[in-house]
Design a protein around this ligand. Structure first.
Ligand code: UDP
Length: 452
C-alpha cells in the first residue's frame, strides 16, 4: 500500500463564519478531486452541515462548543475568537483522538483556519502534520504579523503623530502604518493578542492562502522570508474548485431581471454576510442609487439593518422609487451576478471573497469598507490595482453616492478602471489553468500532502 492510500484523510477546521467556511470547503473540494477524503470539524453554530448535500463524500464532525452564538454579539469578534480558541482546545483533541480510534491513523494533515489556532495543540500532541489556511489576503497576513510585534499602548500614542501614520511599514510599500487593519475591531490590546496568536505558526509546516501571486507577489515574498514555511497561493478558490456552490439559499429571480437590463448598466450592491448598517446610511444609499439613474441590484441581508423588514420598511416614496429603478433581494447568487453581462460595477464592503469574485469577472468596484481588514483591501483596489475607488468618511450622503456611481459607471475614469479589471480577470484565469501559478501551487501542495 503506498503512502497516499495509507494516509489520505484531510481534517479541515473552518472558523464559524460564512466568508471563511466557503473558501475552506472549496479547498476541501479541490483536495477531494485530488484523491483525499475530507473530514470537516465544526462547532454547533456553523452553517456548514445544513448545506452538506453540496459536498458529497465529505464527513462532518461536530465538536462541543462551550461558547454560544449569543456570546459573539456580547463579546465582539476579536474577544470571541480568543475565547473560542481557549475553550475548544480540549474538545478538538478529543475529536482527533476519536477519529484516530475509529478510522485508524489515516489522517494526512490537519488544515485549520488561521484563526482556529487551538488546532496546533492537537497536531503537536498526536504528532500530526498541520497546515495553516488563510482565507484573507496575503497583505492582511503581513499586517497581522507586523501588528503582532508591536505594543498596543505605544502604537496608540505613535498613531497620534500624522507623520507616523503616513510612514511606510518596514519598507513594505505601499503599506503605511495608517493602513494596518486596526480600526473597528474592538480594543487594540485584544486585537494585538489575537495577531500574536495567529502569527505563531506553532508546528505548522506550510500555509495556504486564498490569493493569487499576480495580485500580491510582494506580500507573498515577504511572508515566505519572514515566516519561513512554504506559502501556497492557490486562489481564487471559487475558480480552482469548480463548480462553486453556495452554502445558503440564493434568490435566483434576479437573473431574470438582469437579463432585461442593458449590458454593463447595472451596479450590484452588497456588503457581505456580516456587516451591519445604519438605517440613515441605507436611506442615503437608496436616494443616491436612484438619483444616479443607473439600474441597481441591491442585496439587503435580513438583520443587517436594525428594524428593517423588506423594502416596505422604507418610507413610502423611497420604497416606490427603489422598486421602480432597482431590484432588492435578500441574497444573490453573487458569482453569477458579477459574471452577468448586464453588471458593470460592484458597490462592496470589500470582504476578500467579494474582491476576488469581482476581479475574477473583471468588474470594477466602489469600495465602502467598514473595518480594518476591509479598509486594507479597499486601499489595494484603489491604489495598487486601480480597479475602483473608495467612498470615505464616517457618513455618506446621497450626493456622494450618486457621484460615485456615475464616476464608475458613466465617466471615462470608470472605463479605465474596468479596463484594468479586465486585464486582471485574464491573469486570474491564466493562473488557475494548467501551468498557471495557482494551478502549480495547488499541485505542489498536493505533492507535499501526499508525502506527509
Ligand atoms: N454572498 C453571496 N450572496 C450575497 C451576499 C454574499 O453569495 O447576497 C457571498 C459572496 O459571494 C462571498 C461571501 O458571501 O463569497 C462574502 O464574503 P466576503 O469575504 O466578501 O465578506 P464577509 O461576508 O466575510 O464580510
Amino acid at each position: 500500500m503506498d503512502q497516499m492510500e495509507a494516509k489520505r484523510r484531510i481534517v479541515l477546521v473552518p472558523i464559524p463564519a460564512q466568508g471563511h467556511v466557503t473558501p475552506m470547503l472549496q479547498l476541501g473540494k479541490a483536495l477531494q478531486s485530488k484523491g483525499f477524503s475530507i473530514t470537516v470539524v465544526e462547532g454547533h453554530f456553523n452553517q456548514v452541515r445544513s448545506s452538506s448535500q453540496h459536498f458529497p463524500g465529505f464527513h462532518f464532525v461536530t465538536i462541543k462548543e462551550s461558547l454560544s452564538e449569543s456570546e459573539l454579539q456580547r463579546l465582539g469578534g476579536i474577544e470571541f475568537m480568543i475565547n473560542l480558541n481557549k475553550t475548544s482546545e480540549t474538545s478538538f483533541k478529543d475529536c482527533i483522538a476519536q477519529l484516530l480510534l475509529q478510522q485508524g491513523s489515516d489522517i494526512a494533515c490537519i488544515i485549520y483556519d488561521e484563526f482556529m489556532y487551538f488546532c496546533g495543540a492537537a497536531a503537536k500532541e498526536f504528532n500530526l502534520p498541520s497546515v495553516i489556511f488563510s482565507t484573507e489576503s496575503a497583505t492582511n497576513y503581513v499586517s497581522r504579523y507586523v501588528l503582532s510585534k508591536l505594543n498596543a499602548d505605544k502604537f496608540s500614542i505613535d498613531m497620534e503623530d500624522p507623520e507616523m501614520q503616513e510612514q511606510v511599514v518596514e519598507d513594505f510599500s505601499p503599506l503605511r502604518y495608517k493602513d494596518l487593519p486596526t480600526s473597528g475591531l474592538g480594543p487594540l490590546e485584544d486585537l494585538f493578542e489575537l495577531c500574536r496568536e495567529v502569527s505563531n505558526k506553532r508546528t505548522a509546516c506550510a500555509a495556504i492562502i486564498n490569493t493569487v501571486s499576480c495580485l500580491e507577489s510582494s506580500s507573498l515574498s515577504w511572508l515566505e522570508q519572514e515566516i519561513e514555511i512554504p506559502m501556497y497561493p492557490i486562489g481564487p478558490l471559487h475558480m480552482t474548485a469548480s463548480p462553486p456552490s453556495s452554502l445558503l439559499e440564493d434568490d435566483r429571480s434576479c437573473i431574470e431581471w438582469l437579463n432585461k437590463q442593458k449590458p454593463k448598466s447595472v451596479i450590484y450592491v452588497s456588503v457581505g454576510t456580516v456587516v451591519q448598517m445604519e438605517t440613515k446610511e441605507v436611506l442615503e444609499i437608496a436616494w443616491g442609487l436612484c438619483n444616479s439613474n443607473q439600474p441597481f441590484l441591491w442585496v439587503i441581508r435580513p438583520g443587517s439593518i436594525p428594524g428593517f423588514n423588506g423594502i416596505k420598511s422604507f418610507p413610502q416614496e423611497v420604497s416606490k422609487m427603489v422598486s421602480d429603478r432597482g431590484y432588492v433581494l435578500k441574497r444573490a447568487p453573487q458569482i453569477e451576478v458579477l459574471g452577468h453581462p448586464a453588471v458593470g460595477g460592484f458597490w462592496s464592503h470589500c470582504g476578500w471573497n467579494s474582491i476576488l469574485e469581482s476581479i475574477a469577472e473583471g468588474v470594477p468596484m466602489i469600495c465602502r469598507p467598514f473595518h480594518g481588514e476591509q479598509k486594507l483591501n479597499a486601499m489595494y483596489v484603489e491604489s495598487v490595482w486601480r480597479i475602483g475607488f473608495q467612498v470615505e468618511g464616517s457618513k455618506v450622503d446621497r450626493e456622494e453616492v450618486e457621484r460615485a456611481v456615475k464616476r464608475l459607471m458613466v465617466d471615462e475614469e470608470g472605463a479605465g478602471m474596468e479596463e484594468r479589471a479586465l486585464v486582471l480577470k485574464e491573469k486570474l484565469k491564466a493562473s488557475v489553468k494548467s501551468g498557471g501559478t495557482s494551478y502549480n501551487a495547488l499541485d505542489e501542495l498536493v505533492k507535499s500532502l501526499k508525502t506527509m
